[in-house]
Design a protein around this ligand. Sequence first.
Ligand code: FPP
Length: 243
Amino acid sequence: MSKEIFETLPKIPTHVAIIMDGNGRWALEKGLSRLAGHKAGTENLREVIEASAEFGIKYLTIYAFSTENWNRPKEEIQGLMRIFRTMLDRELNNLHKNGVQLRHIGRLDGIDKKLQKKVHESIELTKNNQTLVLNVAFNYGGRDEILQAVKHIVANGVNVENLDDAQFEKYLYTAESPDPDLVIRTSGEFRCSNFLIWQSAYAEWYFTPTYWPDFNKKGLHQALVAYNERDRRYGKVKQVKGK
Ligand code: FPP
């Protein structure tokens, strides 16, 4: 990790969510395979996770595989599954040592049974860690999440007369996490791509042209600087002194 000194910022978002985009283009521009791009996208992940904890972020959510990613070529899907498994094998001890609590959001069904088991074991091992909650969105889709929530609500016979935001959120995959304050998307795309569509209703968005494998601690700090310049009003008007 770089030895650069980073200015301390007055406002640190509790929850940062990241759409890690641009692995394919990063690879293409270097004449490499798309999978090489995804692999490179795991190398910087450790730095970004460690930097998040260092900056005082308490929840980090990363979009690793969407429900729509099943439409990619079979080799790429298998490669992404392998990368997830390798990541867990390689990084789990280090994450645990650093107080990272690993969680999964999305559907585990449809994923290889061995990988499912590894995910469950990782969650179990780290469940009491308090430094940083790392939500890995894998086989995740925002619409799918909302549909699942509605199905559970109906199946549980919930009285919808009194259904409000707070109650509804208990049925989302993110029930145990606060809403994201800041969503970062790398690679110069300006879309939310079905990511945390309920939860990001009042999030601040930050877009950077940097491809994900090149995104690092410095890039995260720049996003936090931009966040500090934002005026979050949640639909209200700005309070003016004396008025
Ligand atoms: C989007 O880039 C990225 C993905 C679909 C995969 C993200 C996965 C990683 C960064 C690896 C880490 C994985 C885990 C499980 C923690 P893209 O392929 O859409 O890039 P492109 O838009 O340039 O083609």
